[in-house]
Design a protein around this ligand. Structure first.
Ligand code: MRU
Length: 352
């Protein structure tokens, strides 16, 4: 199957002057890439969930800016600037919760601002270099935090995860699944319990697929089974990813994560959050200010073309929830493990 390198997956790739992204809406039934050549196209790919997962969204946004710059490189400086500003705007409006999107845009803007007197074609070339750098740095970071996280898992651990924080959610290796991949690579026998993750089924469709590809034992459960398994002593640790961590360590992640964290505390099971620094938002004091995306009702009333709920029923569909820091055993970052996160401990991760 194209796109798979060893046990890993090329979620985004640069090919023939265009960005290609695996269409995650159709996995695992089909493995296909969609090709993009503009910021508006990439924004649409993010909005419609062709690409999803906080770090992968960030990488896609960086390429969105670079693609637009390449499109506009023959314009005069002013028209080029106007076009790039529109690209930033359309990408920033694609999804609200994952802070990596805004982190990547800020990163690209800073790069551009260092070259304000250069010709548009030179700026475009540098922005493309920067997008490539964002992508390769993401993989390096995931491998580093994976090694730190692997030390927290004992040999034989049965690890529950929610949503997909794997290679598909990043440039490669994954964050939560990166911890699992690294633990397996270090020789530990790890098995994964994947929550199906209603309503978009990232666990059933994507995590299960990734773990099967990597030959890591995986058992799929529906979300309402997690408490039962924990009460029977069948889960040793929880590892999840995150879309945004507030300065005090509150964690926004896929809807249902909070429920898992409460259950983990009830059963004295460690609850770990794999978290690259690009996912920490020091501008937000606590989780109450994290914007939570509300998605379309038809994701809850059914799945794709099959709609099973009573027509006319009213629906809520928040795509993320916030787990308070007090329920987090540790954040696993590329700078090391932060036990029982507090504002002081989170802020200390960043150079002052
Ligand atoms: O709506 P999604 O699929 O983009 O949500 C993804 C998640 O919630 C992931 O757990 C999170 O982005 C971390 S990915 C390393």
């Amino acid at each position: 199957m194209a796109g798979i390198i060893g046990s890993d997956v090329e979620t985004l790739r640069w090919k023939n002057g265009r960005l290609e992204m695996i269409d995650q809406r159709v996995l695992p039934a089909r493995f296909e890439y969609i090709s993009y050549d503009s910021a508006a196209g990439v924004a649409d790919g993010i909005r419609s969930m062709v690409v999803r997962g906080a770090p992968a969204i960030g990488c896609a946004a960086a390429y969105g800016v670079a693609l637009e710059a390449l499109q506009l490189r023959d314009l005069g400086p002013e028209a080029f600037r106007d076009g790039i500003e529109k690209a930033f705007e359309v990408l920033a409006g694609s999804r609200p919760t994952a802070v990596n999107l805004f982190w990547a845009l800020e990163h690209m803007r800073t790069r551009m601002d260092t070259m304000s007197v250069s010709a548009p074609s030179q700026i475009a070339a540098k922005l493309l270099e920067e997008a490539h750098a964002v992508l390769s740095k993401d993989i390096r970071i995931n491998r580093t935090l994976g090694t730190f996280g692997a030390d927290l898992l004992s040999d034989g651990a049965r690890v529950l995860t929610h949503c997909n924080a794997g290679a598909l959610a990043t440039a490669g290796h994954g964050t939560a699944l990166g911890v699992i991949r690294s633990a397996v690579a270090s020789g530990k026998k790890i098995s994964v319990v994947a929550d199906e993750t209603r309503p978009f089924l990232q666990g059933a469709r994507l995590t299960a697929w990734e773990m099967v590809q990597a030959k890591i034992p995986v058992t799929l459960i529906s979300d309402n089974m997690a408490g039962h398994l924990m009460s029977r002593g069948e889960i040793d640790a929880v590892v999840v990813g995150t879309d945004r961590v507030a300065a005090n360590g509150d964690v926004a992640n896929k809807i249902g994560t909070y429920m898992v964290a409460v259950l983990a505390r009830r059963h004295e099971i460690p609850f770990y959050v794999a978290c690259p620094l690009s996912t920490i938002d020091l501008g937000i004091a606590d989780g109450s200010a994290i914007p939570i995306e509300e998605r379309a009702a038809d994701e809850v009333t059914g799945y794709r073309d099959c709609q099973w709920a009573a027509p006319g029923v009213s629906v809520r569909n928040p795509a993320f929830d916030v787990t308070p820091a007090e329920l987090v055993t540790a954040l696993i970052t590329e700078k090391g493990v932060v036990k029982q996160p507090t504002t002081d401990r989170v802020v200390a991760l960043f150079p002052s």
